[in-house]
Design a protein around this ligand. Structure first.
Ligand SMILES: Nc1ncnc2c1ncn2[C@@H]1O[C@H](COP(=O)(O)OP(=O)(O)OP(=O)(O)O)[C@@H](O)[C@H]1O
Ligand SMILES: [Mg+2]
Length: 337
């Protein structure tokens, strides 16, 4: 690439990762920002703002700028990115005018949603903005040479979206996205606990419970942990015991939907590429790849080998390193630049 400094941005529904050329990943925290409602000033960003979710008084507003993989609050997204980049690397708008950036997005976004991402980069002063699909970046970040002729299938289960795509000769041949992923599971878990135990748990608690207990293995240990919530009848704080079986009950139907999506994409995949996928197996990326037993759960149903990558939460940001090298030129293999 040119002398411009490269900036890779994985602006996910749950996590924001920023990669800076020559430095590596400079930020990896939740995509959350908190403002003082009166002055409009930023009170916290990333992990600090995430901790405030559901806990602050009326003077502070805590915002997640993305919904279902796309920007839903432009001002908050821009403030979050500018704050993070300025704070972590002291990069000013003038510095940003000398950068080229790749922003990653789900594969099935509308032209308008892509344009919003370009506007975001431009409004920050970045001179060149490229939008790339996160499954492509994720594959590169997992060290898969997508520029070989061999077909590769990537399944990215994030916070807001699940993205299934087939890549060959460096670009996406076909893909499908559904807006069902980690956040959906958290909401379903909250519903289940409310119905079963008449206790309402908060968003942070529900996600923590899922991360601690998610296990799809048939021979996984039954674990029960205690979480704090609010009795929905009496309105007072109450402990509730949630088991790995409860979490499995919620995750299973969501994963069955994801299996249906994978099957639909496989059905539309040309036979030569299908044969490659059958040989190479399917790669899982995104936070959902950390669910214990998810690989076997999927492979048992579709009879194709499935492997979770070793860096599911960072591979998209790590992959921007290669995309920054060839900036939209799909005929050049950036792994060889
Ligand atoms: N150990 C774990 N077990 C289960 N789920 C997990 C685990 N660790 C993280 N997650 C979930 O993974 C999701 C975050 O993954 P990721 O960072 O890939 O999403 P994202 O890129 O922000 O979202 P998207 O790509 O949909 O915009 C969250 O829902 C989180 O709860
Ligand atoms: Mg993601």
């Amino acid at each position: 690439m040119s002398e411009k400094l490269g900036l890779g941005i994985d602006l996910g529904t749950t996590n924001l990762l920023v990669y800076l050329e020559k430095k590596g990943i400079i930020f990896n925290e939740p995509s959350v920002i908190a403002f003082d409602r009166e002055s409009g000033q930023i009170v916290a960003a990333g992990t600090d703002a995430h901790q405030m979710l559901g806990k602050v008084h009326g003077k502070i507003s805590v915002i997640k700028p993305l919904k279902d993989g796309v920007i839903s609050d432009m001002r908050a997204a821009k403030e979050l990115l500018s704050y993070v980049i300025g704070k972590v690397e002291n990069l000013t708008e003038k510095d940003l005018s000398k950068t080229a950036s790749v922003i990653c997005c789900p594969s099935e976004v509308t032209k308008i949603e892509r344009d919003v991402m370009v506007d975001l980069g431009m409004s920050m002063g970045i001179s060149e903005v490229f939008i790339e699909e996160e499954i492509k970046a994720g594959a590169l970040g997992a060290n898969v040479d997508i520029f070989k002729s061999k077909g590769v299938m990537i399944v990215d289960i994030g916070g807001g979206t699940t993205d299934v795509g087939v890549i060959s000769y460096g670009d996406i041949v076909l893909s499908r996205t559904i807006r069902m992923a980690g956040n959906y599971i958290d909401k379903e878990l909250t519903k289940l606990v409310k119905q079963k135990d008449r206790v309402e748990i908060g968003e942070l608690t529900s996600e923590k419970c899922k991360m601690e207990l998610a296990d799809l293995r048939t021979n996984g240990n039954l674990i029960t942990n205690r979480y704090a919530g609010r009795d929905i009848v009496r309105g007072v704080p109450k402990w509730v015991d949630i088991s790995s079986e409860d979490v499995k009950q919620v995750i299973t139907p969501a994963m069955e939907e994801i299996v249906k999506l994978i099957t639909a994409v496989l059905k539309d995949t040309p036979p030569e590429l299908s044969a490659d996928i059958y040989q190479n197996g399917i790669l899982l990326t995104g936070g959902g790849a950390l669910i214990r037993g998810i690989d076997t759960f999927i492979s048992d149903r579709i009879k194709v080998p499935v492997n979770a990558v070793s860096n599911p939460l960072t591979c998209v940001a790590e992959g921007t390193k290669y995309l920054l090298k060839n900036k939209g030129n799909y005929l050049v293999n950036p792994l060889k630049l």
